[in-house]
Design a protein around this ligand. Structure first.
Ligand SMILES: [Zn+2]
Length: 146
């Protein structure tokens, strides 16, 4: 059949996840912005700093690949075809920025999930394909093995 490597992964939902970057000659990464005046880091592209109000000196940065679980909810109902339950989580990224996404590799039960648990932020293909059969990438959280 077809070779799995023949299809180039594309970022999931182009335009909706504009901060997931796939350089032609490197690993995919999540992009953020850092204020050179106050050091604030946020997810995505910004021209001004929301913390100190600086209108210049905000530069593009690669976000960290690890973080800590800030909060979560276990989703039991969703659109038809979306497997449930799953864990929707908010993670404070090491180095700055906060990100919402799905936490994988943990039993979706409250007693299995710990606030502040260290996670890796991984970018990998989602199980679904688009209507042309292309795979595409998204980011997920996975617990760090201790
Ligand atoms: Zn600032």
């Amino acid at each position: 059949m077809s070779a799995a490597g023949a299809v180039k992964p594309e970022p999931t939902t182009k335009g909706v996840v504009p901060f997931l970057k796939i350089p032609k000659d490197g690993q995919p990464y999540l992009a953020g912005s850092k204020c050179t005046k106050c050091g604030e880091v946020v997810v995505g592209s910004r021209n001004t700093c929301g913390k100190c109000g600086a209108r210049e000196g905000v530069e593009a940065v690669k976000l960290g690949t690890t973080g800590k679980l800030y909060n979560f909810t276990i989703v039991h109902r969703n659109f038809p075809g979306v497997p449930v339950p799953f864990i929707s989580a908010i993670v404070d990224i090491d180095g700055g920025g906060t990100l919402k996404g799905n936490l994988l590799g943990v039993d979706p039960k409250p007693e299995a999930i710990k606030f502040d648990m260290p996670v890796n932020i991984v970018i990998k293909p989602v199980p679904q394909k688009d209507k042309e059969g292309n795979s595409y990438l998204s980011y997920f959280f996975e617990p760090q093995s201790s």
